[in-house]
Design a protein around this ligand. Structure first.
Ligand code: ATP
Length: 258
């Protein structure tokens, strides 16, 4: 579904050159839930922007369902960390979710149906007519997720989407993502700096090195598919995996080679 090949990104300007991504190659299969985790500043956001066609890479290619990405492709949706800035405060919840569907040119009845089902899917069936600023942070992030789902993406890219919500809401939203992924069969690439979150959510965790970034390890997560916050996190295997990822990230920060 996604093929990232020899990706490099160097920022230049104001007499400064920052090599953010040195060389990244990986694929994400159709229907996978892959987490990307790495030290702070290692280029996670840069990578997602390149994958989603928002930023041109300096070298290498991104291919989405067989087509090279040169601009934001239809079929891909992104959820960012800053829900507060991604929703329009003058539009009601339903209007926010509907906006990309208008841009897609869908007829009114279909738009309404998609808004209803995606808001119901994130547990906000009653929030159609509220304004975003009348909702809690966690609810606003649910609206952002509903908007991405209503677009019916084949790939959902998520950039630290739960970093700004409290711990309990975060746990609920993590379960929501696994539930939606299992029910809808959407391919998910989830970026986080939170090691426990990456291990709890992913079928696979890609561990990135410090900037300039390469892939340090491609780790399969061999936990049972049915996960829940209490029992999965109490499994000895969960502890082993999180300890392993933690050690890898610490080593990456100290630039010890794998
Ligand atoms: N527009 C830009 N111009 C110049 N340098 C940039 C730009 N955006 C990012 N960088 C640099 O590229 C590197 C990677 O940044 P990026 O934001 O992608 O990392 P990140 O892993 O998402 O960070 P964090 O963990 O803090 O969210 C950093 O050194 C950053 O300073």
């Amino acid at each position: 579904m996604l093929d990232v090949n020899g990706l490099r990104k160097t920022y230049t300007g104001d007499g400064r050159t920052v090599e953010a991504i040195r060389d990244l190659t990986f694929t994400v299969a159709d229907g996978d839930l892959t987490c990307l985790v790495g030290p702070s500043g290692c280029g996670k956001t840069t990578l997602l922007k390149c994958i989603s066609g928002l930023l041109p890479p300096s070298a290498g290619t991104v291919t989405f369902a067989g087509t090279p990405v040169t601009a934001p492709p239809p079929g891909m949706a992104v959820v960012f960390q800053e829900y507060g800035r991604s929703l329009f405060p003058w539009l009601r919840v339903a209007g926010n979710v509907e906006l990309p569907l208008r841009q897609k040119g869908l007829p009114r009845d279909r738009r309404r149906e998609l808004v209803d089902t995606s808001l119901a899917a994130v547990g906000l069936a009653d929030a159609h007519s509220a304004y975003p600023w009348q909702l809690s942070g966690g609810m606003q992030q649910r609206v952002a997720i509903a908007r991405a789902l209503a677009y019916e993406p084949r790939v959902l890219l998520m950039d630290e989407p739960f970093a700004a919500v409290d711990a309990q809401t975060r746990a609920d939203l993590e379960d929501l993502i696994r539930d939606l992924w299992q029910r809808l069969g959407v391919t998910v690439l989830f970026v986080t700096h939170d090691i426990d979150e990456a291990v709890y959510l992913g079928q696979r965790v890609l561990i990135l090195s410090a900037s300039p970034t390469v892939i340090r390890e491609d780790l399969p997560i061999d936990l049972p598919d049915a996960r829940d916050q209490l029992h999965t996190r109490a499994l000895p295997r969960f502890t082993e995996l999180r300890t392993h990822v933690y050690e890898q990230i610490q080593a990456a920060k100290k630039r010890i080679t794998a």
